[in-house]
Design a protein around this ligand. Structure first.
Ligand code: 16G
Length: 262
């Protein structure tokens, strides 16, 4: 038996000692073993049959616990080769002083960015969109909602709204929204971001492959053209376990002014 298997079996010994359903106990034991570092990223889980025999529980129970842990991102299953502890997330450090796009940010890190489209179309604006983008009820808004993925890890859900007078056909955006806006001279030069903490609901957690209720960052970005006109209103959800937003702080100037944040 290899090292990882032995450590996992050690963690399984007390299954069936308490009154909780067996699959929940097994699940918790495996989670604890990962959290305590007894088994680490990339370690292979013993086979379903071996776990069932070792912990003296049925294979159905083992399968249920393992499936739950795959769903919540603790384990990954690779067809043909087995079940492994999921790789640990490399945190992305993101400066709060530069106005960059997701595609550029990932390229700078040498990561391959791609998006899964969740919504892309032209709609009557919501009251929020009317207010922020300065639209009347008779105008239209282009909405682009994407799951943003880097090196095959989903990192964020972004829901962007742009006036349809600027972006009449959102299908023109293929990889990068900022690149598409740049082509018509509408790339933003300034933005204001509001970041707040939220816990993920079920649907979003599923898209980001993290457990429901996980901590994440909700970011609202309002971007401006050099003329001062608002060009973009984007609401995003970033994985809390994946991002560090970093801001540089300076002493106020000699006149005591802190400068304008908006
Ligand atoms: C960033 C922006 C988002 C913008 C997107 C454009 C944050 C929180 N959000 O992800 O507002 O729409 O970049 O990226 O930083 P793209 O040009 O790759 O489509």
């Amino acid at each position: 038996m290899d090292d990882a298997a032995e450590r996992i079996f050690a963690a399984l010994r007390d299954v069936s000692q308490s009154g909780a359903p067996l699959y929940l106990q097994l699940k918790k034991n495996i989670e604890d073993a990962v959290r305590r570092g007894l088994i680490g990223p990339g370690d292979a889980l013993p086979s379903e049959r071996d776990i069932a025999a070792q912990a003296d529980i049925s294979r159905v129970t083992v399968r249920k616990a393992v499936q739950d842990l795959v769903k919540s991102g603790v384990l990954v299953q690779r067809h043909g080769s087995g079940t492994f502890v999921a790789p640990r997330m490399e945190r992305v450090e993101q400066s709060l002083s530069r106005l960059t796009s997701f595609t550029e940010d990932m390229a700078r890190r040498g990561m391959a960015a791609r998006s899964q489209w969740l919504e892309r179309g032209v709609y009557p604006p919501s009251p929020d969109e009317m207010m922020v983008l300065g639209l009347s009820a008779s105008e239209l808004v282009s909405r682009l909602s994407r799951l943003r993925i880097a090196d095959e890890t989903p990192l964020a859900i972004e829901r962007a709204a742009i006036s349809a007078s600027v972006l009449p056909d959102p299908r023109e955006v293929t990889t990068s929204l900022y690149m598409a806006l740049g082509k018509t001279g509408h790339r933003p030069v300034r933005a204001v971001q509001r970041i707040s903490a939220v816990n993920l609901g079920g649907a979003e957690a599923k898209l980001l492959v993290v457990p429901e209720g996980s901590a994440c960052l909700q970011i609202e970005r309002i971007s401006y053209l050099a003329s001062g006109k608002v060009i973009e209103f984007t609401k995003s959800i970033y994985r809390g376990d994946a991002y560090d937003f970093v801001a540089e702080l300076r002493l106020p100037g000699p006149d005591g002014q802190e400068g304008d944040i908006a």
